[in-house]
Design a protein around this ligand. Structure first.
Ligand code: HEC
Ligand code: HEC
Length: 363
């Protein structure tokens, strides 16, 4: 029975480390970010903007205290006073801006909610959808930084509310408006000049929800949503899509140059080349990955990666694909697992019986 006690102690401490200590250490190293279940109604954006207002207020208060402190000193140097006054002005300016952002975002998302309520006319939507083809034409031509993605499954892949927001103002929808002084400058910004009425937005989105749909395989979902920016070396995927097989080395090299040219454009647009995603799912926790894709700003404030607007279902597909790529031997390992456990159980029983038979005569 002593063996069982030792086993129980070992199991106990292993469980403590596994369930208690490791997650605790993890939570201390990464700030926890609440997900919002792939709902795109602006709540998270407005909260984020409100937090910035609060932080700016605190910084302003600090700057004011600093000035009071300096003025309390009898012969404080004039230049310190001027510096402290300038710091206050700067924070006051930031506060006005932060408060404006809250207002702008609240108005924007209220507008999105009201567009979602409009009665849509699908055939008008079909006619207006033609304007999208100016860029989303499948020709593989870079437009302002990336190759516009295929819209063949746009109605299934993306959230409906997100699509409304995207057509109203792409930079606001993808939560990168801080990058643009005027959000018309976003590579898809000119859609704001082409699709000018709320009714037109409602019509186009309804048309897409009804006609541009279809069940996507995990790989296809990933390619439509992420591959204009991210390569996956392990699967021979680049920003140009699947790498074709070439017989001639010359052709392979020519293709490689095309890839490098495309990557240079993506880099110029994003400020850096987006990382290869082959191993990313193993490097980041599932929660991090999910909340990052849902709203990159929450995990990396100021990042240039736009919010993509996937539905939950399609995020799961993207995740499935990245898991397959990052860990190609997983299915084989999982198939073997139960047999390994069975082996150990049988082995343990045999070992126990053997021990009993050996000790039987000694007692
Ligand atoms: C001026 C060119 C242009 C026009 C016109 C245009 N788009 Fe885009 N669209 C882009 C580019 C470029 C991107 C990629 C932006 C990025 O990844 O930052 C994009 C991205 C998208 C995405 C993916 C967004 C995301 O966050 O993942 C959707 C969906 C989309 N466009 C739909 C439309 C629809 C619908 C229309 C027509 C009403 C349209 N686009 C018109 C250039 C355009
Ligand atoms: C318009 C370009 C663009 C698209 C589309 C895009 N990303 Fe990114 N992504 C970036 C950039 C740029 C970075 C680097 C961010 C940084 O370091 O600030 C990045 C970084 C990442 C990271 C690493 C985050 C980290 O902690 O370092 C992950 C994970 C990621 N992207 C996943 C995805 C997935 C999944 C998709 C598709 C659903 C996607 N991205 C679509 C541009 C993009």
């Amino acid at each position: 029975m002593r063996e069982f006690k030792i086993l129980a102690v070992v199991v106990f401490f292993t469980l403590v480390v596994y369930i208690g200590v490791e997650p605790f250490a993890h939570s201390q190293m990464h700030a926890h970010v609440e997900g919002h279940d792939f709902v795109y109604d602006g709540t998270a954006d407005i909260e984020e903007a409100n937090t910035r207002v609060e932080n700016t207020k605190e910084a302003l208060k600090k700057a004011q205290d600093e000035l009071a402190k300096i003025q309390g000193i009898d012969d404080a140097p004039q230049e310190d006073i001027v510096k402290a006054q300038e710091a206050i002005k700067k924070q006051e300016g930031a506060l006005v801006k932060a408060e404006e952002t809250v207002k702008r975002k609240s108005l924007f998302w209220n507008n999105v909610a009201s567009i979602a309520q409009l009665d849509a006319n699908v055939s008008n939507g079909e006619a207006s959808f033609g304007t999208c083809m100016a860029c989303h034409n499948g020709a593989g031509i870079n437009m302002g930084g990336v190759i516009p993605p295929s819209l063949d499954h746009v109605g299934s892949l993306y959230d409906r509310n997100y699509l409304i927001a995207l057509l109203k103002d792409p930079a606001m929808a993808s939560n990168v408006d801080h990058k643009y002084a005027n959000t018309m400058m976003h590579p898809m910004g000119s859609v704001m000049a082409m699709v000018t009425s709320d009714q037109q937005i409602a019509d186009i989105v309804e048309y897409m929800m009804q006609n541009k749909v279809g069940e996507l395989e995990p790989k296809a979902a990933f390619e439509e949503a992420c591959v204009r920016c991210h390569a996956v070396r392990y699967a021979k995927i680049t920003q140009l899509g699947d790498t074709p097989e070439f017989k001639e080395e010359k052709d392979a090299l020519a293709y490689k140059i095309k890839v490098l040219d495309e990557q240079a454009l993506v880099k110029a647009y994003m400020g850096k080349l987006p990382p290869d995603l082959s191993m990313m799912i193993r490097a980041r926790s599932p929660h991090y990955m999910e909340t990052f894709v849902e709203n990159p700003q929450t995990q990396l404030p100021g990042t240039s990666m736009p919010r993509v607007g996937l539905t939950k279902e399609n995020y799961e597909k993207v995740k499935t694909y990245l898991e397959e790529v990052g860990d190609p031997s997983k299915p084989a390992r999982e198939a073997i697992g139960p047999w390994v456990i069975l082996f150990f159980v049988v082995f343990a029983v045999l070992a126990y019986l053997w021990k009993k038979s050996q000790w039987k005569d000694l007692h």
